[in-house]
Design a binder for this molecule. Structure first.
Ligand SMILES: Nc1ncnc2c1ncn2[C@@H]1O[C@H](COP(=O)(O)OP(=O)(O)OP(=O)(O)O)[C@@H](O)[C@H]1O
Ligand SMILES: [Mg+2]
Length: 378
């Protein structure tokens, strides 16, 4: 289907085995239409399949494949079924005309034909066809707008769900703890102000991290995530990532180290944003790997890019979960409330803004390897 474009001349395909008829029709139609010609039914079908015209003038009596057969083929193909066909025939018997119309021809012109009437009929059918195309294009556009609106509504509902649940939980911790601080001092060491302050700090930090994630997602959706790409060496970048996550890993008795090839390579990236990707990937590895396990950051040149891998000895991911892993708000276990399922989708957004790729290799029981690439300088 072709969208209506007034600037573009509509195309008419004339199919006739008589060269004189093709020449005559071409001369008549040129100027108002782009004219294509075919002197056999077979050729016509090939041309139509490659590029459907807006209207076909089809001779009924032709050697080889005749007009009726051509029409049948056209109607069977969804790409050409809606192209209007006008039969051209020197045979003006009524029963033939009926057969043609039953087969799906929109009109019948008998030879010898009156030029003004023929042109008027072609014009009418063409107008109808272009209007139908325009309506169809409008229907497609309105479907697209409806889908977009539904997606936006769903995104809003997701945000409301997060605010309703995941922000309210730490907020109520803060409120209750603040109440305790307000009241008279108690002997219980669990209610000591320092303990209560620590609890408030942790809950507020969770809220802050979640709000940052939601804002990042909104920026990614709007294509406005600020990414300031600067030349940065692989070695200090990976070292900073490991250092940043080390307390978390060692706190859970996990070994965390880096092993990098070509560590002097210069990358073009936003340091803070790439550290955020590492924080999400290493953070997940820490969260899902049992104590005593191992997490390694690997690096190597990958064509014009550099590829980092965060590899863990954790539980791995089942094959049916792998396709969803980067989806937003998706979590392997819906009961896992240690996050909301945003980390990987944000990491994917950041990597994409750098022009890189992110993917995962994992099998249940054999750990996971999350890979991402970043562009190299030069
Ligand atoms: N290293 C990993 N090993 C096993 N499963 C993982 C690993 N990383 C991610 N997953 C699975 O993918 C899901 C989505 O990860 P993602 O980082 O997007 O969300 P999350 O960690 O659950 O929450 P958030 O990152 O918002 O705190 C996780 O809930 C988990 O089921
Ligand atoms: Mg995560």
């Amino acid at each position: 289907m072709r969208a209506f474009d007034a600037a573009e001349q509509p195309t008419v395909l004339v199919v006739d085995d008589t060269p004189d008829n093709l020449a005559l029709m071409s001369t008549l139609l040129k100027g108002q239409y782009r004219v294509k010609v075919a002197n056999t039914g077979e050729k016509a079908l090939k041309m139509v399949a490659a590029n459907p015209p807006d209207l076909i003038l089809l001779d009924v009596m032709m050697p080889g494949m005749d007009g009726r057969e051509v029409l049948q083929h056209l109607k069977e193909n969804p790409l050409t079924a809606n192209v209007p066909v006008i039969f051209l025939t020197s045979n003006n018997q009524e029963c033939d005309e009926e057969l043609g119309l039953n087969l799906g021809a929109v009109d019948y012109i008998t030879k010898p034909f009156s030029i003004p009437i023929t042109l008027a009929r072609i014009r009418n059918h063409m107008r109808l066809k272009l209007q139908t195309d325009q309506l169809a294009a409008m229907a497609v556009e309105s479907d697209r707008l409806r889908d977009e609106a539904q997606r936006a509504t769903r995104a809003r509902e997701d945000v409301v769900a997060v605010v309703a649940h995941d922000l309210r939980t730490p907020l109520s911790t803060i409120l209750m703890t603040a109440r305790l601080l307000e009241g008279p001092a108690r002997d219980d060491p669990f209610l000591a102000p320092a303990k209560l302050g620590g609890r408030i700090f942790r809950a507020a930090s969770r809220m802050e991290a979640l709000i940052k994630d939601l804002l990042d997602l909104a920026a990614i959706d709007a294509g406005q995530l600020a990414v300031d790409q600067q030349p940065i060496k692989v070695q200090p970048l990976a070292a900073e990532a490991v250092e940043m996550m080390l307390p978390l890993a060692t706190g859970k008795d996990l070994r965390l180290s880096a092993s990098l090839e070509s560590a002097d390579v210069l990358l073009s990236c936003d340091r803070g944003r790439v550290l955020q990707v590492f924080a999400n990937l290493i953070g997940n590895a820490v969260k899902f790997t049992l104590s005593g396990g191992e997490i390694t950051v690997l690096g190597r040149v990958d064509n014009a890019a550099y590829r980092f891998t965060v590899q863990d000895s954790g539980p791995g991911i089942t094959a049916d979960q792998l396709p969803h892993i980067f989806d937003r708000y998706w979590q392997g276990r819906s009961t896992d409330r240690r996050g909301v399922g945003l980390g990987l989708s944000i990491a994917a957004g950041i990597v994409a803004m750098h022009g890189g790729r992110i993917w995962v290799n994992s099998e249940l029981g054999s750990g996971s390897s999350f890979h991402f690439t970043l562009p190299r300088v030069g």
